[in-house]
Design a protein around this ligand. Structure first.
Ligand code: COA
Length: 260
């Protein structure tokens, strides 16, 4: 696929999607959001892709937010539509993919950038990363899920403070809040993502997809996560991956999962 605003590559089962507008600190305009949707969809549907890594190009930014120049003149109706469409095709879409998504936060992750990172299944960061939701400094609120996912990840009080102050936290603070799982030097960030991806890939991608669905169901209104877990646990018993995983264990060999 040919993209103007992103790069999408794959290597040994890992798709790397790189937001590539460094002169605008990788800000998310409409076209970029649509390209990201296409790239995530293609990677998720590719049977050979077991893990997706999303990162930003350049050394300065993961994503410095939604593109402010694009929505500065919007009215109430268009503002609402902007948030609804973005949540549908990118932020909720990424969270609900059955292929694991790791955000490798390589610099500023602000506004929509932090919201994209929070839509990923987990995050790692380089030590220069800075994260925040500065929307109220612009007279708006986070609209791509930030008011929901930030409290889920770091607790209500810390999220309220970050949102109200519009301030940025550094990578070590993000680590201590549990917003990111690991912090490394910038040159070690993608190698770490690949190393973690390598560990994930040894396991059943079918089971991982079901685990993602069960974990996510805890955060969905009207859905009982324990019931989803029971349902997905049972469904695993009908899969080739389950037969292979249990047979390999009993035969004292490594499993070779048929996969998604
Ligand atoms: N939307 C549109 N353009 C953006 C952008 C955004 N969210 N963030 C950065 N840019 C653009 C700048 O306008 C500038 O473009 P220009 O060179 O054509 O003027 C370019 O990216 C570089 O940014 P600049 O502000 O010069 O870099 P800096 O190092 O001085 O500051 C930041 C970095 C991240 C502190 C600053 O860019 C910033 O505050 N960005 C907006 C963050 C934000 O509020 N995001 C939430 C949006 S809802």
């Amino acid at each position: 696929m040919n993209f103007e605003n992103i790069l999408s590559t794959s290597n040994q089962g890992v798709a790397t999607i790189t937001i590539n507008r460094p002169s605008k600190l990788n800000a998310l305009n409409k076209a970029t959001i649509e390209e990201l949707h296409q790239a995530f969809k293609a990677a998720d549907q590719d049977k050979d892709i077991k893990v997706i890594v999303v990162t930003g190009s350049g050394e300065k930014a993961f994503v410095a937010g939604a593109d402010i120049s694009e929505f500065a003149n919007f009215d109430v109706e268009n503002g609402g539509k902007l948030a609804a469409k973005g949540q549908e095709i990118l932020f909720d879409y990424v969270q609900n993919l059955s292929t694991p998504v790791i955000a490798a936060v390589n610099g500023f992750a602000l506004g929509g950038g932090l919201e994209l990172a929070m839509s990923a299944h987990f995050r790692i960061a380089s030590d220069n990363a800075k994260m925040g939701l500065p929307e109220v400094s612009l007279g708006v609120i986070p609209g791509y899920g930030g008011t929901q996912r930030l409290p889920q990840l770091i607790g209500k009080g810390r999220a309220m403070e970050m949102i109200m102050t519009a301030g940025m936290i550094d990578a070590q603070t993000a680590l201590s809040y549990g917003l990111v799982n690991h912090v490394v030097a910038q040159e070690e960030l993608l190698p770490l993502a690949e190393k973690i991806a390598g560990k994930i890939m040894k396991n059943s991608s079918v089971a991982i997809g079901k685990a993602i669905e069960a974990v996510n169901s805890n955060y969905k209104d009207g859905v009982n996560g324990f019931e989803v877990e029971i349902e997905q646990f049972g469904a695993c018993f009908g899969t080739e991956d389950f037969k292979e995983g249990t047979t390999a264990f009993l035969e004292k060999r490594k499993a070779d999962f048929p996969g998604k």
